[in-house]
Design a protein around this ligand. Structure first.
Ligand SMILES: C[S@@+](CC[C@H](N)C(=O)[O-])C[C@H]1O[C@@H](n2cnc3c(N)ncnc32)[C@H](O)[C@@H]1O
Ligand SMILES: [Zn+2]
Length: 346
């Protein structure tokens, strides 16, 4: 464990690592926190947490902030995800060695996996104060309350950016990606963990206004992160709720499919399969690597790298709002953009 950082030490480090979330100019230490060297806005440090949020006035943004303060309090009292540690174990394994590197966890929550990482500098950034205050002071982690969409990090000041289960929550993920592009270099390791091809209709009944706002597929994620290439990827958390045998119709002729499903219900094949599958769920992440070959993954992990400027043509096919619109309207607007781009190049 590192010794707790004093408020002055935190202010000094933050002035070096961060920028103003309002105008993106540099910061300097101030008596009660840090202040912008350009627009003069002051950002306080309270209970060791640096508050780097812009002054929001829009009603939706204010409701979003209140929503996540409430989510954080409820989640700290009674965790929403019962097997979060399993997901975190797999994520830590995927991230690998970060010793000597500067790591930021965007949407860190209470630092579940960040506290277990050995890095030269660890920054937890979240929109919800209760989560950040729950990170032990003696962890040596710099705790920043900020909005990923106005990511107040100075270009080149981190080596690893973790964005785990956050992109699906953001109001305008394109704004975050824009900031991510500005702070990254082609050497920055960007680790993204997202729910995969999720049916988000179940969140309609949620007690919270803001939860998962979109679902990701290869296309929608690729479109959002168009300026990045995939350096590594791994499918994770197999959807084991249904027996595999009912997914074999694509490969089996009907007569054989009928036999195997008949055996499932009318012989004890079903019983055996059921208990075996229940055990696999219980023992995850064991066997995960081969299970995801047969069962669709509920999450995907990627390590991304910013494309070299020569390979990236920002603005050629600007990312469309992710998850919005029916396929027809989506295709039509891509067509319009392509036609406009063609006209420009003529
Ligand atoms: C599902 S949790 C994921 C937590 C952690 N990264 C993990 O994988 O377990 C989403 C987190 O993102 C935070 N969050 C939501 N919107 C955010 C935003 N605009 N900026 C920063 N953090 C945000 C929430 O407060 C919450 O801690
Ligand atoms: Zn400023």
């Amino acid at each position: 464990m590192d010794p707790p950082l004093s408020a002055t030490a935190v202010a000094g480090e933050v002035a070096e690592l961060c920028v103003c979330p309002t105008c993106f100019s540099s910061l300097r230490a101030a008596p009660s926190g840090v202040e912008c060297t350009s627009c003069g806005t002051e950002y306080p440090i309270e209970n060791g947490v640096v508050h780097l949020l812009p002054e929001y006035e829009e009603d939706e943004r204010l409701r979003y902030l209140a929503n996540y303060e409430e989510v954080a309090r409820a989640d700290l009292e009674q965790p929403f995800e019962h097997d979060r540690h399993v997901r975190h174990r797999v994520l830590l394994d995927f991230i690998g060695d970060v010793s000597g590197l500067r790591v930021i966890d965007v949407g860190s929550s209470h630092g579940g996996y960040l506290t277990q990482m050995h890095a030269s500098r660890r920054i937890a950034l979240d929109i919800a104060t209760p989560f950040l205050e729950a990170i032990p002071e003696d962890s040596g982690i710099i705790r920043i309350r900020a909005d990923a969409e106005t990511l107040p990090i100075a270009p080149g000041s981190v080596d690893v950016v973790i964005v785990s289960d956050v992109l699906e929550h953001l109001l305008e993920p394109e704004r975050f990606v824009q900031r991510l592009m500005q702070i990254s270099t082609p050497a920055t390791r960007v680790i993204v963990h997202v729910p995969w091809e999720e049916n988000i209709s179940r969140y309609e009944a949620s007690a919270y206004e803001f939860t998962h706002l979109r679902s990701f597929t290869r296309y929608t994620l690729g479109q959002l992160l168009f300026a990045f290439r995939i350096a590594r990827e791994r499918a994770t958390y197999p959807a084991l709720e249904e027996p595999f045998v009912f997914r074999t119709r694509r490969f089996l002729p009907l007569w054989l499919y009928n036999i195997v499903t008949w055996r499932y219900f009318h012989r004890d094949a079903g019983q055996k399969e059921y208990s075996r599958r229940a055990r696999w769920i219980e023992e995850l992440p064991s066997r995960e690597r081969w299970l995801v070959r047969f069962y669709r993954p509920l999450f995907m992990m990627f390590e991304l790298r910013l494309l070299e400027p020569a390979l990236s043509r920002p603005g050629y096919l600007a990312p469309l709002p992710v998850g919005l619109g029916r396929p027809r309207s989506l295709l039509r607007s891509v067509g319009i953009r392509l036609r406009a781009a063609r006209r420009r190049t003529r």
